[in-house]
Design a protein around this ligand. Structure first.
Ligand code: FE
Length: 197
């Protein structure tokens, strides 16, 4: 097994009422697991199987003949990262080094909130909104489908999954409410700070 399915870093009920155990059952147990299983199936017997997940992502990005591998491996990585970006009782204004860096690079927490919401809302269809480090500076960005900042020379610090499977059972079509809740109640700033080092 090159690509693995990590346990959730919290109990399945721990994010309620913001994200239900039912959503996590499907999202982690079915969707994330399927990406992991498909990735391993596609990598079986391939030269790429010797590489790390991050290297596989870099080596297959933008190669149409490797789209299946890229999509499944990148989705597996994105989801493992996303789980770590949330914790029960999280969200709100950050503390630690990331707080100062948000002030310096993004113009403050309110700007960060606006920009992250905007990235999540304007990602047409499926994808991800991100806080990344790009050439040493913070940037808000978004990626479509399985695409990931790792494939674009950026260091991911925080992500929010805006595929419908991330919120549909709890929020139906209300992506703005899911994004607002993620920001106000779920962001694990300790993890974001740990990525900044
Ligand atoms: Fe997802």
């Amino acid at each position: 097994m090159i690509v693995t399915l990590p346990d959730l870093p919290f109990a399945k009920e721990a994010l309620e009422p913001h994200i239900s155990a039912k959503t996590l059952d499907f999202h982690h147990g079915k969707h994330h697991k399927a990406y992991v299983d498909n990735a391993n199936k596609l990598l079986e017997g391939s030269e790429l199987a010797k590489e790390s997940v991050e290297t596989i992502i870099e080596k297959t990005a933008g190669d149409p003949s490797k789209a299946g591998v890229f999509n499944n491996v990148a989705q597996a990585w994105n989801h493992s990262f996303y789980w770590k970006c949330m914790k029960p009782g999280g969200g709100g204004a950050p503390t630690g080094p990331i707080a100062q860096k948000i002030d310096a690079d993004l113009g403050g927490y309110q700007k960060f909130v606006e920009e992250l919401k905007n990235a999540g809302m304007t990602q047409f269809g499926s994808g991800w909104a991100w806080l990344v480090l790009h050439n040493g500076k913070l940037q808000i960005t978004k990626t479509a489908n399985a695409d990931t900042p790792l494939a674009h020379g950026m260091i991911p610090l925080l992500t929010v999954d805006v595929w419908e499977h991330a919120y549909y059972l709890d929020y139906q079509n209300r992506r703005p409410d899911y994004l607002a809740t993620f920001i106000e109640h779920l962001i694990n700033w300790d993890f974001v700070n740990s990525c900044l080092k």
